[in-house]
Structures are given as structure tokens and as C-alpha cells.
Design a protein around this ligand. Structure first.
Ligand SMILES: Cc1cc2nc3c(=O)[nH]c(=O)nc-3n(C[C@H](O)[C@H](O)[C@H](O)COP(=O)(O)OP(=O)(O)OC[C@H]3O[C@@H](n4cnc5c(N)ncnc54)[C@H](O)[C@@H]3O)c2cc1C
Ligand code: SF4
Length: 451
């Protein structure tokens, strides 16, 4: 192990936002490139349907508050999304200018407008007149906040129950600070709180208050608890010091500096966005060498292309077709190495399955192992609520987000999987909105209709 020293100041600097915001001149010039298409394809490609040409035109004419309002009206976490959306697959990918020059930098312009609102401490929306009904939202991540914001605008009395100290979900605790500083997410939380939404933190539903109590006290419930811990690998040595859950690992870097990775050789298991985030965090914490270990190839990896490029630029190495077999201890409770096996892909039922190559075991010398092989589900809570689900993935109606219990709606990562939903902040926000609209329709509109 290399006895590298890296100061806390250097680590803090490494975790500062990587991408600079646009300068005013750049933003206006970029806005003026927009063709303001009629029936703009970018609007359809944005899961929250932001009126993109409209917010861009407002930047061009200097109406910054109007621009931020247009964005945040459609997307209650629009400041976060401007930084974390895979724009090349969504809005920018649909821009007609892709055919002739380069797409409008929609994400950057969205950031420019929302950063203005944050800097100028704007309150963009007001709560609606009380309709006498109440809703509990379980989970204060992007899905829960989005539902809460829209419900408050419809005049519901909304209480968000959040297990952690602060709301914002993975925007606050999970997505690395150098792409998404915590302040951005916390500003979005404040926008929701300012509408009179009660955000009860440090309160885990199912432990501190029961699901049953919520169903008794509120007219409807929105379940927006996301996903849970990284599953166990099921190999020897997993409980050694120096073996981490990637979600907890990234979380530990969001609000404080950790010094225990400097000079270490780190193996990250998995090749999704979480694995990339854990790997790039390790680099920035001063790790000596960071290797991503994945049992398939770059073709099957689920990380976005921009994340993959980012990791390569950070010097992260990729060990394709490699699977861990056991983690070897150093005799003092820590990690000394990881035994791996090489894999090959075998065609079966039209799919390529990884299988171990006989006699190909080898040992990688590592000091830390970070597990990033997906996330488990909040099964006990889903079962307490008595909802239909597939392996913990709550089943919903696609348009209303209503679950098998008509009083309960679900949005965000809790419904992602088995061909349903997408694990993205922007889709969580949209599903939260959909749940709010369906609750309004069910509890207010349909009740008012003459019989
Ligand atoms: C490391 C990482 C990087 C990512 N990067 C990106 C990215 O670049 N772009 C992108 O679009 N998406 C990204 N994602 C995915 C994105 O963060 C999620 O899809 C999104 O946050 C889902 O929102 P959610 O509200 O459903 O869940 P979450 O954000 O997980 O929020 C759920 C909230 O519920 C709370 N909760 C859980 N159980 C309870 C309970 N019993 N009682 C009360 N509260 C509870 C949790 O504490 C949490 O605050 C990333 C995810 C990870 C893990
Ligand atoms: S929310 Fe995301 S997808 Fe929608 S316009 Fe903004 S950056 Fe594009």
C-alpha cells in the first residue's frame, strides 16, 4: 500500500462541482441558437414535459424568474435535473439541431436559469386554497417531494415522513457532490417546505410510525421510499473492515471528508452508475488505484456513456469479464486481496450469460472493496401496506400510479424494475406529479362532480 497523504482541503476541493455554470453571454448566445420549434421534440423527450423553448426564450429576453418558473413548474427538482439528467438520451438527444450542427445545451441552460433562482433566493410557487383533505408522503426524495409540491398546490395538507436527517433522497445523499452539490437539492426541499408542507425527518415509517397509522390518519398515502441497501455478494470475507456498500460509501462523502481511502487500492464490484460514482469518489479521496470489476463487458454495463467517459478520464481502470470469488483478510480484520475468476459470455435463450473460465482464478491485491451490484427493496414496508408487488417492486397503474390499494399511490425507484419505470431523478419527479394529479382527481374532482 502506498502511504499517500492528501489533505482535507485537497479532498474538499476534489469534491467541488466539476462542471462550471454558463456565463451570461454564453447563455444568451446559446439561447439565441434555439429554433423555438413548434411541437418541439425536446418537450416530448423530457419525462416531465418542461416547455423547453419557452424557458430558453425567457433567458434570451432576460426574464430569468419566468424561465426558472417554467422549468420548476413542470419539474419540482429541475435544478437537480439540470445537472444529473442523461440529456443526450433525453431532451438534447431529440433536438432537431442534431441533424445539422450540435444540439442546444438544454441542461446547461436549465442550470443557468435555476442557479439564478437559487442565488436570488426566489420562492417560485404558492400553496393552493385548502381543500380539506390530507395526504402522507413516505420518503422525501425527488418522487416524494414532487408529489408533495403538487399536492400542496392543489390545497392538500401534506406531511412528508423522511427517515434521514434531511429530505432530498439520493439527490441529497446519493449522487456525488462533484456533480450535484447538496445545496442544490436542499434548496428544492425548501421550495416544497415553503408551501406549508410538513417535512418530518428522522422518522422511518414502519419503525417510528406504522403504515396502518398513516392509512387511518390521512385520506391518501404516497409511497416514495426508493430502493434500499446493496445486496450481499454471498462470498467469503464480505464482513471484513474495508468492504463497503456503495450507497453508504457515496453518502459518507456528501457532507464530510473521509480520510481512510487515501493511498489505498480499491476494487469496485459492478458497472452501473452507482459503481462509477463510488469509483470516481475513491479517486477523489486519494486512492492509489481504482479498478471496476465486472463479470460482463462494456457492452452490457448499465452506466450512462457520460459516466463511463468521466470515470476513464479520472483514471479508473476496468476489469471486464471478471468476478469476485472471495475477499482475503489481512489478519487484522482488514482487506488484503480479492480472489477473482475470469468469465466468458455464453449464448443461451438469445442472451449472453457470464460463466466462469475453468482454472482462471487469480488474486488482485486490494485494500478496500466497494459493492455496487444493485439495490434491494423495502419489502417489509410494502408488505405492511399490503400492496401487490413483484419481488418488492410495487405494481402500479402506469397513468395514475395507483397501487392495488386505491388509497395508496407509489412513485420513483420503489416502482422501478420488472420492465416498469426508470431509475432516474427526472422520472421519479414525473411519477410523483402523476400520483398527485390522480389523488386530486380521486379525492376532489370526482367528489365535486354532480351525480
Ligand atoms: C449513486 C447514484 C447515482 C445516481 N446518479 C443518477 C444520475 O446521475 N441521474 C439520474 O437521473 N439518476 C441517478 N440516480 C438515480 C436516482 O438518484 C434515483 O432514481 C432517484 O433518486 C429516485 O428517487 P426516489 O424519490 O424514488 O428515491 P430516493 O431518492 O431513494 O428517495 C427515497 C427517500 O425515502 C426515504 N425512506 C426510505 N424508507 C423510508 C421509510 N420507511 N420511511 C421514511 N422515509 C423513508 C429515504 O431516506 C429517501 O430519502 C443515481 C442513483 C445512485 C444510487
Ligand atoms: S429535466 Fe432533464 S430531460 Fe427534462 S429538459 Fe431538463 S435536463 Fe432535459
Amino acid at each position: 500500500m502506498n502511504p499517500t497523504f492528501i489533505s482535507a482541503e485537497s479532498i474538499s476541493r476534489n469534491f467541488a462541482e466539476v462542471k462550471a455554470g454558463m456565463k451570461p453571454k454564453e447563455a444568451v448566445e446559446e439561447s439565441n441558437r434555439c429554433l423555438y420549434c413548434y411541437d418541439a421534440p425536446c418537450i416530448k423527450a423530457c419525462p416531465t414535459g418542461i416547455n423547453i423553448p419557452s424557458f430558453i426564450k425567457k433567458i434570451a429576453s432576460g426574464n430569468m424568474k419566468g424561465s426558472a418558473r417554467t422549468i420548476m413548474d413542470a419539474n419540482p427538482v429541475g435544478a437537480t435535473c439540470s445537472r444529473v439528467c442523461p440529456t443526450e438520451e433525453l431532451c438534447e438527444g431529440a433536438c432537431v439541431l442534431n441533424h445539422s450542427s450540435k444540439p442546444i445545451l438544454i441542461g446547461n441552460l436549465q442550470r443557468y436559469a435555476t442557479d439564478w433562482a437559487i442565488r436570488n433566493d426566489q420562492s417560485l410557487f404558492a400553496a393552493g386554497k385548502s381543500n380539506g383533505k390530507s395526504v402522507a408522503v413516505i420518503g422525501g426524495g425527488p418522487a416524494g417531494l414532487s408529489a408533495a409540491r403538487e399536492l400542496a398546490r392543489f390545497g392538500f395538507a401534506v406531511t412528508v415522513y423522511e427517515a434521514k436527517e434531511q429530505a432530498g433522497g439520493l439527490d441529497t445523499y446519493g449522487i456525488v457532490s462533484f456533480r450535484l452539490p447538496q445545496d442544490i437539492s436542499l434548496w428544492e426541499v425548501e421550495q416544497v417546505r415553503k408551501l406549508g408542507v410538513r417535512i418530518v425527518t428522522n422518522t422511518r415509517v414502519g419503525a417510528d410510525i406504522s403504515a396502518e397509522q398513516l392509512l387511518e390518519r390521512f385520506d391518501a398515502v404516497v409511497l416514495a421510499v426508493g430502493m434500499s441497501k446493496v445486496p450481499m455478494l454471498g462470498i467469503e470475507g464480505e464482513s471484513l473492515n474495508g468492504v463497503f456498500d456503495a450507497i453508504d460509501f457515496v453518502e459518507s462523502t456528501k457532507a464530510s471528508v473521509r480520510a481512510d481511502i487515501a493511498g489505498k487500492r480499491v476494487a469496485v464490484i459492478g458497472a452501473g452508475n452507482t459503481a462509477i460514482d463510488a469509483a470516481t469518489c475513491s479517486v477523489r479521496l486519494g486512492a492509489d488505484r481504482v479498478q471496476i470489476v465486472y463479470r460482463r463487458t462494456s457492452e452490457e454495463m448499465t452506466a450512462y456513456d457520460f459516466e463511463f467517459d468521466f470515470a476513464k478520464r479520472d483514471g479508473v481502470e476496468f476489469r471486464w469479464l471478471t468476478a469476485p470469488v472471495r475477499i482475503i483478510g489481512d489478519g487484522n480484520g482488514g482487506v488484503a486481496a480479492m480472489e477473482c475468476v475470469r468469465m466468458r459470455l455464453e449464448e443461451k435463450d438469445g442472451k449472453r450469460h457470464p460463466v466462469p473460465v475453468e482454472g482462471s482464478m487469480f488474486v488482485m491485491e486490494v485494500d478496500a472493496v466497494i459493492k455496487a451490484i444493485g439495490q434491494t427493496r423495502h419489502l417489509p414496508l410494502v408488505e405492511q401496506l399490503g400492496l401487490a408487488h413483484k419481488r418488492g417492486i410495487v405494481t402500479v397503474d402506469n397513468e395514475t400510479n395507483r397501487t392495488s390499494d386505491p388509497r395508496v399511490f407509489a412513485a420513483g425507484d420503489v416502482i422501478f424494475g420488472e420492465g416498469q419505470g426508470e431509475a432516474m431523478v427526472v422520472s421519479a419527479a414525473q411519477q410523483g406529479k402523476q400520483a398527485a394529479y390522480a389523488i386530486y382527481k380521486q379525492l376532489v374532482e370526482l367528489q365535486e362532480e354532480p351525480t
